[in-house]
Design a protein around this ligand. Structure first.
Ligand SMILES: Nc1ncnc2c1ncn2[C@@H]1O[C@H](COP(=O)(O)OP(=O)(O)OP(=O)(O)O)[C@@H](O)[C@H]1O
Ligand SMILES: [Mg+2]
Length: 201
């Protein structure tokens, strides 16, 4: 996105990125969970946050439902509003990552271009994690009763029913939650995080 303001400059931090990483024992970064409603993004992000916290890591979940109560409370679910929502979250996640956190984001984020925009905001610290489950599985789970409402036509532009979901083309990690249970999914995530973000202490 182009910058509207003029007369702005960039300040340099005095704390080096490496110093933050060494203090934390891990790199900062963004694990961007994407997938259909009910695929398991929130469930797994919260499990992973807790498991990492117990290990002494700085991890924090940004979740769709919470963000829409605050940061994006002025936005709805039109394509333009979804894009702006993801733009804001991508920027916030990038800032958290820069601060040394491992950010776990749990947003449907159905558009490839929006996810790429989030990737650009966090640059090489960004890892796309496709939380994969087919729409039939998600509809069967329907943890929030949203599919029932969407089928009744009570929720316009519902991803997977009346709005598109663009499957990730090159995600860094895929978690197939139709095949794996929660502990198996968590183990796979933890293994990935260990090998990509841990630094020797
Ligand atoms: N391997 C798995 N990983 C995660 N959740 C699973 C798995 N297997 C079954 N589930 C169940 O699937 C449901 C996933 O719901 P959850 O709220 O996490 O989805 P979500 O992707 O965050 O959806 P939304 O986009 O609507 O917020 C839960 O009821 C969870 O118990
Ligand atoms: Mg969720």
């Amino acid at each position: 996105m182009s910058i509207k303001s003029t007369n702005i400059s960039t300040i340099e931090h005095r704390v080096e990125k490496d110093a933050r990483w060494r203090a934390n024992g891990h790199r900062g970064g963004v694990l961007w969970f994407t997938g259909l409603s009910g695929a398991g993004k929130t469930t797994l992000a919260l499990e992973l946050e807790q498991a990492l916290f117990v290990k002494g890591w700085q991890a924090y979940v940004l979740d769709g439902d919470n963000v829409r109560h605050g940061l994006s409370s002025d936005l709805a679910f039109s394509p333009a509003d979804r894009t702006e929502n993801i733009r804001r979250i991508g920027e916030v996640a990038g800032l958290f990552a820069d601060a040394g956190f491992l950010v776990l984001t749990a947003f449907i984020s159905p558009y490839r271009a929006d996810r790429d925009m989030a990737r650009n905001a966090a640059t090489d610290a960004f890892h796309e994690v496709y939380i994969e489950a087919d729409v039939e599985t998600c509809e069967e789970r329907d943890p929030k009763g949203l599919y029932v409402k969407a089928r009744r036509g009570e929720i316009p532009e519902f991803t997977g029913i009346s709005a598109p979901y663009e499957v990730p083309e090159n995600p860094e990690l895929v978690i197939d939650t139709a095949a794996l249970d929660v502990p198996q999914s968590l183990a796979k995530l933890l293994g990935y995080v260990e090998s990509n973000f841990a630094i020797d202490g």
